[in-house]
Design a protein around this ligand. Structure first.
Ligand SMILES: N=c1c2ncn([C@@H]3O[C@H](COP(=O)(O)OP(=O)(O)OP(=O)(O)O)[C@@H](O)[C@H]3O)c2ncn1[C@@H]1O[C@H](COP(=O)(O)O)[C@@H](O)[C@H]1O
Length: 110
């Protein structure tokens, strides 16, 4: 695998996931997850999300950091399986920057 220099970004991890998706499931966890179908990756994403939430409630910073990394990695695998680029998610997040979350919630309740 090519060595990455500089600040590691989610875009870097997305590129790694895309490259490993084409590998053999015998040599790549990413490829194995995708080969097992969308249910498997989605289930793992849900598990990691719950584990991250439990670590947050337990105020376990070290565990939360690791579980957060698991969540982000598995989310990128799920997005890859659904053919949704990270850029689409970032565009959606950028679109939301113009409004407070509380304003958005209030606009749905009227
Ligand atoms: N960031 C990750 C990453 N984070 C977590 N994981 C894997 O996600 C799995 C997490 O599952 P669990 O903690 O539940 O452990 P487990 O019980 O063994 O998992 P299951 O048997 O239930 O699937 C572990 O196998 C981790 O190794 C990751 N696997 C890969 N990556 C990245 O993807 C790259 C390519 O990996 P391969 O696709 O395996 O080549 C790696 O170099 C990393 O950059």
């Amino acid at each position: 695998m090519a060595e990455l220099t500089g600040k590691f970004t989610l875009e870097d991890l997305e590129a790694i996931v895309a490259a490993r998706a084409a590998a053999s499931p015998d040599t790549s966890y990413t490829a194995k997850l995708l080969a097992d179908g969308p249910m498997k990756a989605a289930k793992k994403l849900g598990e990691e999300g719950v584990e991250a939430a439990l670590a947050a409630v337990a105020r376990d910073r070290e565990n939360l950091t690791g579980e957060a990394a698991d969540v982000l990695y598995h989310l990128l695998v799920v997005l890859r399986g659904a053919d949704i680029p990270l850029s689409a998610v970032m565009e959606e997040l950028q679109r939301r920057t113009g409004q407070s979350g509380l304003q958005e919630k209030a606009s749905r309740q009227t």
